[in-house]
Structures are given as structure tokens and as C-alpha cells.
Ligand binder design. Structure first.
Ligand SMILES: Cc1cc2nc3c(=O)[nH]c(=O)nc-3n(C[C@H](O)[C@H](O)[C@H](O)COP(=O)(O)O)c2cc1C
Length: 241
């Protein structure tokens, strides 16, 4: 164990920030330098980050995502976007047109690149005794977010990251027991009632505040809210055809 592993093992998502805390530019640059060092597919760096300090923009993001009010009260908000716009420029400089939307693997590539970069940012932030919350909520209003930040074709807003001085003290969220998602050599059979114990564990640890984990998973897929929205917006951005 060392400071790095301690930081990772003590991870919690913070959602209440000191709105008067000003993060200095050096700290922001350190976080950005760390996230940019994350491994990336073929060194392609198929993502971009928009540093959002502007309060009007952040107010608009909260209007769109009322459940993510921390976007306004944090000290800075980073928007992570999938980005094949730079690739398009390289390809077109060879007088070739490429249909990015034909290869669905591109969505993995950009999502993984951006996710790894974000995780580097989270670890850097937490090691600096600041706190953060990843905001996947931006995808529910991807069209408006694309307009708000003038995102060009072949880019897509994936998630945001609110960063600030935390005022809350959240309980650490226990993860699934390893037997359910860490396997040796082959995928193992999962007992069909596995979730009862995990539901209870989360209730006992007071993480879910009365709601039941397996019900939240059920409801998420039952609603499937993003199914149509994401398909249409990816098509409009040239990332699905
Ligand atoms: C892709 C992704 C999207 C998320 N979106 C949101 C969000 O929109 N709002 C929010 O409050 N938390 C969001 N979270 C944070 C998760 O809710 C949180 O990580 C999870 O409940 C586990 O808690 P912990 O991070 O404290 O261990 C998101 C996390 C990830 C990885």
C-alpha cells in the first residue's frame, strides 16, 4: 500500500462543494496534465476536454440536469467529449472521405480513452484533497450540450466532471463481492439471486438511502431513456450511420 493505492481505495463521489472555493489555475493544469497522461488507443487521444468556468454555461447545464446542481457549485467543470474531428482533418488532408459512423467500435475507442483520462483526473483530484463527481447526465441532453459548446460533427459529449472543495462526507460505497465480477481464467456462473445480499449490504451501509440497488438497475433498463436519444444524436454528429 502507498499513497496512490490509499487514494484509490478511499474514493468516494462528492456532490456538495464550497461554492466560494476558488481553484487555482496551477491545480487545474496539474489535473489536466495527469488526465492527458492516461493510456490511449494507438496514441490517438480520441477525446477532448472543455474546461468550463463560465457561470452562465454552468447554469444552463444545471437547467438541463436539475439533479446535478453541483455543476454550478463546484469550482470548475470539465466536459469530456468523444473526438474524431482531428482524425477527420488528418484523413481529409489525404483527400479521402471516411465514414466514422460505419464502425461502431469507434464508440468503444473514444469512450475508453475518455474514461481512462477521467479516472486519471479523479485520482489526481482526490490526491490533492479535492473532490469530484462524474456527470453522465449530460448525455440526456446531448443535443443542447452540443449546441452550448459548439461541438463540431464527429464529436459527442460523453460525461462531465464537477471538481471542488467538498463539504460532504459520503459513505464509501461497497462494490460487488469479487466472486461476482472478478474471475479466474473463465467467466463463472452467477447465482440468479446474487443481488439479494448486495441489496442488503448497500442498505446496511446506508449508501442507497432506502432505495434498492437491483430495483435501480431494473428501472434503468426498463426505461431505456437514452436508447432513441443517443442513436439520433450520434447519427446527427456523423458517428453512427
Ligand atoms: C459514467 C458515470 C456517470 C455518472 N453520472 C453521474 C451523474 O450524472 N450524477 C451523479 O450524481 N453521479 C454520477 N456518477 C457517479 C456514480 O453515481 C458513483 O460513482 C456511484 O454511485 C458509486 O459511488 P462512489 O463513486 O461514491 O463509489 C456517475 C459515474 C459514472 C462512472
Amino acid at each position: 500500500m502507498n499513497q496512490v493505492t490509499d487514494t484509490m481505495l478511499n474514493h468516494v463521489t462528492h456532490r456538495i462543494f464550497d461554492k466560494n472555493f476558488e481553484i487555482d489555475d496551477r491545480t487545474i493544469q496539474t489535473i489536466i496534465d495527469c488526465l492527458k497522461k492516461a493510456p490511449t488507443h494507438i496514441n490517438g487521444q480520441f477525446y477532448s476536454v472543455i474546461v468550463v468556468r463560465d457561470l452562465e454555461k454552468r447554469k444552463r447545464l444545471v437547467e438541463l440536469n436539475p439533479l446535478n446542481g453541483h455543476i454550478l457549485k463546484s469550482s470548475v467543470f470539465l466536459l469530456f467529449i468523444a473526438d474524431f474531428n482531428r482524425s477527420r482533418i488528418i484523413i481529409e488532408s489525404n483527400d479521402i472521405h471516411h465514414d466514422f459512423g460505419k464502425n461502431i467500435d469507434n464508440l468503444f475507442v473514444a469512450g475508453i480513452d475518455a474514461g481512462l483520462a477521467a479516472m486519471n483526473a479523479v485520482n489526481a483530484i482526490e490526491s490533492l484533497e479535492l473532490g469530484c463527481v462524474i456527470v453522465g447526465g449530460v448525455r440526456y441532453h446531448a443535443k443542447e450540450t452540443i449546441q452550448l459548446f459548439n461541438l463540431p460533427k464527429f464529436t459527442y459529449p460523453l460525461f462531465g466532471l464537477s471538481i471542488g472543495k467538498p463539504l460532504d462526507n459520503p459513505t464509501k460505497s461497497p462494490r460487488l463481492p469479487k466472486v461476482l465480477n472478478v474471475f479466474e481464467e473463465n467467466y463463472n456462473t452467477i447465482p440468479s439471486d446474487f443481488f439479494n445480499d448486495y441489496d442488503q449490504l448497500l442498505i446496511d451501509s446506508r449508501v442507497t438511502q432506502g432505495s434498492i440497488w437491483s430495483e435501480s438497475i431494473f428501472n434503468y433498463f426498463e426505461k431505456d431513456t437514452l436508447k432513441t436519444v443517443t442513436k439520433e444524436n450520434l447519427e446527427a454528429q456523423g458517428l453512427l450511420s
